[in-house]
Design a protein around this ligand. Structure first.
Ligand code: HPA
Ligand code: ZN
Length: 337
């Protein structure tokens, strides 16, 4: 391992943009398919990996929703979550705020509680096993309508003490944040944090809507804000956290390569950017790989990498004392390396 690899791995960090269904590795897809008696349209793990060539978000989503069909039982969701936390812990993640897509499961007959209880069991186990803390964010699928999102929020009621926020994901183009203004207001009134994918493929106007209509506490991706200087200034002034996902941006053809990724431009513009893995099983790497890819591609130095890690704690939904404790641990690490 090079010095830089070791520095990145040891850097305490939080992951703020991770779809747990997107951590389903091909090997696990076969394992779950077999134990649940589910047929999958692939002959081998290599076949699955070969299918992961995407030219846009929708290409990926089609295969991602198909893959999720092997997830049936509480044990599946627990094992899925724990496998992610094992990898995250090995990459120096000490806190993770993970997304789940309940509608992907309830629409095929898997009850909300099976999903939530399984994930929560995995989260509890990760805390015992690794000391890794986590929070759960319920994402509404934006290609479905708002009434469906309201039904999902209703189904979540018994678990709201263990769910920290709501998010908005799936096909962005043609499904602007405005479509979900009322359900986000309802979630906010319940005390839930609010985040939304915006500006991944969609225009800067969608980011304005996420801020103005959804009142988001954090912005997922946000890359296309760079096209709108007034928006950049607004985000910087507010200290809005952007959960940037470099390998995802490249795999979904939103950025040509990590060599031209705008992560350092975002930092220079005063944006509170963070590095995250999005759907690591599909996009070629977990958070450590994302850090390494941009460090190499953009020649980031240790100070810039440390800023990205610091931003991950500042942008988390942890309370002030916990954030201060993580920042102190990060500073202590930077003192000794
Ligand atoms: O990268 C993504 N973008 C939008 N929706 C998603 N759902 C899973 N991953 C993604
Ligand atoms: Zn995402």
């Amino acid at each position: 391992m090079s010095d830089l690899d070791a520095f990145i791995t040891g850097l305490p960090k939080a992951e703020l943009h991770l779809h747990i269904e997107g951590s389903l590795e091909p090997e696990q897809m076969f394992e779950f398919a077999q134990r649940n008696g589910v047929a999958i349209p692939f002959a081998s793990v290599e076949d699955v990996r070969a299918a992961y060539e995407f030219s846009n978000l929708q290409d990926f989503l089609d295969i991602y929703y198909a893959g999720a069909d092997v997830l049936r039982t509480e044990a599946d969701f627990r094992d899925l979550a724990l496998a992610y936390f094992d990898r995250a812990a090995a990459d120096g993640v000490v806190h993770a705020e993970i997304f789940f897509d309940p509608q992907t499961h309830t629409h095929r007959g898997v009850p909300f509680g099976v999903v939530a209880n399984g994930l929560l069991a995995g989260m509890d186990e990760a805390q015992r096993k690794h000391g890794l803390t986590s929070k759960l964010i319920l994402c509404f699928l934006r290609h479905l309508d708002e009434a469906d999102a309201f039904r999902t929020l209703e189904q979540a009621q018994p678990w709201l003490d263990r769910i920290d926020g709501v998010g908005l994901d799936s096909s962005e183009m043609g499904h602007p944040p405005a479509k979900f203004e009322r359900v986000f207001a309802a979630a906010g009134a319940m005390g839930l944090k609010r985040v939304a994918h915006a500006g991944e493929e969609g225009p800067p106007a969608y980011i304005h809507e996420a801020l103005d209509l959804l009142q988001v506490d954090r912005l997922d991706h946000g890359n296309r804000a760079l096209e709108d200087p007034a928006l950049v200034a607004r985000l910087a002034r507010r200290g809005m956290t952007l959960t940037v996902c470099p390998l995802s941006n490249v795999k979904l053809c939103n950025v040509a390569s990590v060599d031209v990724h705008p992560i350092d431009r975002m930092l220079k513009l005063g944006l509170r950017a963070t590095v995250n893995s999005d759907d690591p099983a599909y996009f070629g790497g977990y958070i450590g790989e994302n850090f390494r890819a941009i460090a190499q591609g953009r020649g980031l130095d240790r100070d810039q990498l440390a800023t990205l890690a610091r931003n991950s704690f500042l942008g988390s939904f942890l309370d002030d004392d916990a954030v201060a404790a993580h920042l102190a641990r990060l500073d202590a690490y930077l003192e000794v390396v």
